[in-house]
Design a protein around this ligand. Structure first.
Ligand code: ATP
Ligand code: MG
Length: 396
């Protein structure tokens, strides 16, 4: 008998055609996440099994709770038999360390060659326990413990409780997207939600030194680190946006500042996406949140790119977004008071119904193609790793 961790996939099982890709990717993601524990991971169509040293289980389970594509995490006992009498004796050994007054047995049989039904097996095992363990009785509705027994080809598995996983699809199974990551509350949440659907992300951050500070950049790096828990080896592209932003500020009517600035961000993000072989752009826009997120603004901004723009938060209220950001633990970092490049150049009266023709006309006042190429050519790529800390991370 060996103690190990069993993983159930949930939603994965509905993806019949792609199941091998899903399972392979999940296994790779788990191996990478658990690298330091040297685990042995095997799987079949319904279950994944992780063998590692038992004293590491608590830590391993914590880490597995940050892997998308996992529905349930379970500590189980693997028995090298499907013989019911042997199972009963092993089960009794396990139950000796547990105290309970009520129980029920639930059996699953993927091995249909066993000629008893699941219900017959459960009731046989139940009677055995009643006979051999003192002071306990069956309660099928609200038992103190539920004894799960799974009979597979040559092995059987016993377990009691399961821990909820994150669900979703394994990161990478749906390709890649580029997340526009500001230091705000919204964009990290948008990143989390997209990763949950199996999209691997790289992030792009626009900075405008000296109008924005190193603290503002470090804040974005901290947010990227939190996202990196779910999407290992996250790349953060940092775009030096100062020249473009100053040129816009100098040459373009101020009510169009934000619209044009965002069109430039979209263009640059799309160029990065194409280079990285990413299929979508992702951002934290939410309908109506600010002037640049009215439907007319979104259309005027969106029209400069061809790749789909995914806005997971489009229909969320700010309070709902805040709740999510607290759940994924990005909130405390997001609210640190360091200026982002957008807030510095915000005009008093940004246009809420920008005219795309006027956008083009104004943009032609600056050599933006050239400036975009320069910004992309000299952009910095930070490979996020969670080992080094930023100065203020200890105080969070
Ligand atoms: P957030 O929306 O993340 O709380 P914010 O409110 O400062 O930050 P908005 O003005 O709402 O940002 O911008 C909408 C979206 O545009 C952001 O969610 C983010 O995806 C993107 N964005 C804004 N500023 C930047 C930036 N400096 N770098 C990268 N992306 C940005
Ligand atoms: Mg926002």
């Amino acid at each position: 008998m060996q103690k190990m961790i069993l993983i159930k996939y949930g939603e994965l099982t509905t993806k019949k055609d792609n199941i091998n890709l899903f399972l392979r990717t999940l296994q790779q993601n788990i191996s990478k996440k658990l690298e330091q524990y040297n685990p042995q991971i095997t799987y079949d169509k319904g279950r994944m099994f992780i063998k590692a040293s038992e004293e590491k289980f608590t830590k391993i389970i914590e880490d597995l709770q940050e892997v998308f594509g996992i529905h349930e995490i379970i500590i189980c006992y693997e028995l090298n038999t499907i013989d019911l009498e042997q199972i009963e004796n092993e089960l009794l050994n396990i139950l000796n360390n547990k105290s309970f007054q009520t129980f029920k047995v639930e059996t699953k049989r993927s091995n249909k060659k066993i000629n008893q039904t699941s219900i017959e097996i459960s009731s046989k095992i139940g009677s055995f326990i009643l006979k051999n363990k003192e002071n306990c009785k069956v309660d099928v509705h609200t038992p103190e413990i539920c004894i799960h027994l799974e009979l597979r080809n040559t092995k059987s598995y016993i377990y009691f409780e399961s821990i909820k996983g994150l669900g979703g699809y394994p990161v990478g199974t749906l390709g890649k997207g580029i997340l526009m990551l500001s230091g705000g509350i919204d964009s990290p949440v948008a990143g989390f939600m997209t990763m949950k659907r199996g999209v691997k992300i790289e992030a792009v951050y626009f900075e405008s030194p000296p109008h924005t500070s190193t603290e503002a950049k470090n804040k974005v790096i901290s947010l990227a680190k939190i996202l990196n828990k779910y999407n290992l080896d996250l790349k953060l592209h940092v775009i030096h946006f100062t020249e473009i932003q100053e040129a816009i500020y100098k040459e373009i009517p101020h009510e169009y500042l934000i619209t044009i600035m965002r069109r430039m961000m979209y263009r640059i993000t799309e160029r990065i996406a194409k280079k990285a072989n990413a299929k979508i752009l992702i951002n934290g826009e939410s309908i109506g949140q600010v002037a640049s997120q009215t439907l007319t603004s979104m259309r005027a901004i969106n029209e400069v790119v061809q790749l789909p723009v995914i806005r997971p938060l489009a229909c969320f209220d700010k309070l709902e977004i805040i709740e999510l950001s607290k759940k994924i633990k990005t909130y405390d970092t997001s609210i640190l008071p360091f200026e982002d490049c957008c807030t510095i150049f915000v005009p008093d009266h940004p246009i809420i119904n920008p005219d795309p023709k006027l956008c083009e006309q104004y943009e032609n006042l600056i050599p933006y193609e050239e400036m975009i190429s320069t910004a992309i050519n000299k952009h910095e790529i930070i490979k996020i790793n969670n080992k080094e800390k930023n100065d203020y991370e200890d105080i969070l």
